[in-house]
Design a protein around this ligand. Structure first.
Ligand SMILES: Nc1ncnc2c1ncn2[C@@H]1O[C@H](COP(=O)(O)OP(=O)(O)OP(=O)(O)O)[C@@H](O)[C@H]1O
Ligand SMILES: [Mg+2]
Length: 394
């Protein structure tokens, strides 16, 4: 299942748009075929609806014209022009409604598709700007405030912190504390309301946003597996050359899922999900996560962001995912940010940032934070107790 609206941003920021458009074009065609089979039933229904709509629209506009005419606001010539317009607009509306409703009431995913095409990025993506530097040394948040549209409270409030290359940076905090929002701002899905974000000392708004985003290897929290081949799912783009294929293979090996993929019927060319392909492969939760990591790795980027899945994942899969990512980041000269829900996993990171209600409550190493006896130490004790209790029941 594709959640177009939810993933619009993810798809739009990659070259994957074209690949999906093709897949959905095919699906839309099939829907039309199905629709034809039910043509009689449909035409009776939409015919009745069209007539009703026509009458309502026509009568309504007549009434409006009559009132304006009677009240002396319209001259005779105005009235003639208006009546002509009413007739043609009514017919246009009628025809339009008939053709659109015939096609678009059929399937929910066509509705999703409409929303997807209507997705308007919050950030002007055509503005251009500076090229990205070859090496990303640091990213700094300086007094950043951010509130979602229509929300009462700030999702991020006065965040100031520095992320350095070479460190494994972990973000921790309870649900809703602002960790994913932090990454979304870092990806420029939104801009801060106040404050600034600097990359190598330059405000990220000054960079060309497309080049900037291409530079970031990100594995999202709610990553989507698209109805495309494994290779396309890794690159989030068309796979054209042998070099592309080699990149996919290397990334799958690094994220420790290559052997599983080889076992599928067509290897990296196997279509995932059964949405459009009856023979599509369905992967396990753990395998999907590894594909998400391979996505971040395949970008060959020196910035790697991972938003660990939060929902009821089995703890072993979650732990393994973190391990793979932490290992990768340690063995690569990169700037990494990993969101983690397990403090015991985050403990290996050089820098830990503790979020609490949209604010940065604490930062430091695991050792320092435990000594501080603050929010982190409290959470750590609580999680340790939960695991001990879980273990007791096993
Ligand atoms: N698209 C959105 N629109 C409005 N509010 C949002 C949106 N996304 C998140 N929020 C709100 O912003 C706050 C921070 O959410 P965020 O997703 O950043 O938390 P989180 O720390 O990543 O949580 P989790 O651990 O559950 O992933 C929450 O109060 C959340 O309800
Ligand atoms: Mg989150």
């Amino acid at each position: 299942m594709l959640y177009f609206r939810k993933y619009a941003a993810e798809i739009r920021t990659t070259g994957f748009f074209g690949v999906l458009k093709e897949a959905y074009g095919l699906a839309a065609k099939r829907t039309v075929e199905v629709a034809r089979r039910y043509a009689l039933k449909k035409s009776l229904y939409s015919g009745a609806k069209s007539i009703l709509m026509f009458l309502l629209g026509y009568e309504g506009m007549w009434l409006c014209a009559a009132i304006l005419g009677l009240s002396g606001k319209l001259g005779v010539s105005d009235l003639i022009v208006l009546l002509n317009a009413i007739v043609s607009v009514s017919w246009m509306l009628n025809n339009f409604e008939r053709s659109v409703s015939g096609l678009f009431t059929d399937a929910e995913f066509i509705e999703n598709l409409k929303q997807f095409f209507a997705y308007k990025p919050k950030i002007d993506e055509t503005a251009g700007g500076l090229k990205m530097p070859k090496r990303v040394e640091s990213i700094e948040f300086k007094n950043v405030y951010f509130k979602y549209e229509g929300a009462e409270n700030y999702a991020l409030e006065n965040i100031s912190l520095v992320l350095n290359r070479g460190d494994r940076n972990a973000l921790v905090g309870i649900n809703g504390s602002g960790k994913s929002t932090f990454l979304k701002l870092l990806m420029r899905f939104y801009d801060p309301e106040k404050g600034e974000i600097l990359l190598n000392g330059v405000n990220i708004k000054k960079y060309d946003v497309n080049k900037y985003r291409k530079h970031m290897g990100i594995a999202f929290q709610d990553f989507a597996m698209f109805s495309a081949t494994v290779a396309e799912n890794v690159l989030l783009d068309e796979v054209k050359t042998e070099e592309d294929r080699a990149r996919v293979t290397a990334a799958l090996k690094k994220s420790d899922v290559y052997e599983d993929i080889l076992k599928l019927k067509n290897g990296i060319d196997t279509v995932l999900t059964r949405e459009f392909d009856e023979n599509g492969a369905e992967l396990s939760g753990g395998q999907r996560q590894k594909i998400a990591i391979a996505r971040a790795v395949a970008k060959n980027s020196d910035v790697i962001l991972l938003d660990e899945p939060s929902s009821a994942l089995d703890p072993i899969a979650e732990y393994k995912m973190f391990e793979t990512m932490a290992w990768l980041c340690k063995n690569k000269d990169v700037l990494s940010v990993i969101v983690s829900h397990r403090l015991s996993s985050a403990a290996v990171c050089e820098k830990i940032f503790v979020f609490d209600k949209g604010r940065l409550a604490e930062q430091g190493t695991n050792k320092k934070l435990l000594e501080n006896g603050g929010v982190y130490a409290e959470m750590f004790k609580k999680q340790a107790r939960n695991y001990l209790t879980e273990a007791a029941y096993e």
